[in-house]
Write a protein that binds this ligand. Structure first.
Ligand code: HEM
Length: 117
C-alpha cells in the first residue's frame, strides 16, 4: 500500500508540474495582456484534486495521520484556482490580474504543502 501512496504522490507532483508549468509558459504573454489558461493548467488542477482526494483515502485506510486543516486549506485554494481556470478555459485572453491571481494561489499552495508541518 505504501508503494501505491508514493505513486499517487508522484502523480500529485505531475499535476502541479502541469498546472504551474502551464502558468509559467504564459508569463511572456501575460506581460502583453495576451495570456490564456492552457489545457495543461486545467488538467493539472483536476489531477491535483483527484490525486489529492485519493491520497487522503489511502492514508486514512493505512491509519496514517492526515492533517485535515492543512488539506482543507489546500483544497479551498485549489477549488478557487480550478473554478477560475474552468470558467475561463475558452477565453482567448485573460486579464493580467486574474491570471496573476491563479499563479499566486498555485504558488501559495506549493508553500502550504511544503512548509505546513
Ligand atoms: C495546487 C494544490 C496542491 C499542491 C501544490 C500540493 C502539493 C503537495 C505536495 C508537494 C505533497 C507531498 C509533500 C507532502 O507530503 O506534504 C502533497 C501531498 C499530499 N497532498 Fe497535496 N497538494 C495540493 C492539493 C491537494 C489537495 C486538493 C488535496 C486533497 C483533496 C491534497 C492532499 C494531499 C495528501 C493527502 C498528501 C499526502 C499526505 C501528506 O503528507 O500530507 N493535496 N501535496
Amino acid at each position: 500500500m505504501d508503494v501505491l501512496i508514493h505513486m499517487f504522490v508522484g502523480l500529485h507532483i505531475i499535476g502541479i508540474a502541469a498546472l504551474l508549468g502551464g502558468f509559467l509558459t504564459q508569463m511572456k504573454a501575460t506581460g502583453q495582456g495576451a495570456a490564456r489558461f492552457t489545457p495543461a493548467m486545467l488538467h493539472g488542477a483536476l489531477t491535483m484534486l483527484v490525486t489529492g482526494a485519493v491520497l487522503v483515502g489511502l492514508n486514512q485506510a493505512q491509519d496514517h495521520p492526515v492533517d485535515n486543516v492543512k488539506i482543507g486549506v489546500k483544497l479551498a485554494v485549489l477549488v478557487v484556482v480550478l473554478g477560475l481556470v474552468y470558467v475561463k478555459r475558452d477565453a482567448e485572453k485573460v486579464e493580467k490580474p486574474l491570471f496573476g491571481l491563479v499563479g499566486l494561489l498555485t504558488v501559495v499552495n506549493v508553500f502550504i504543502a511544503v512548509l505546513w508541518t
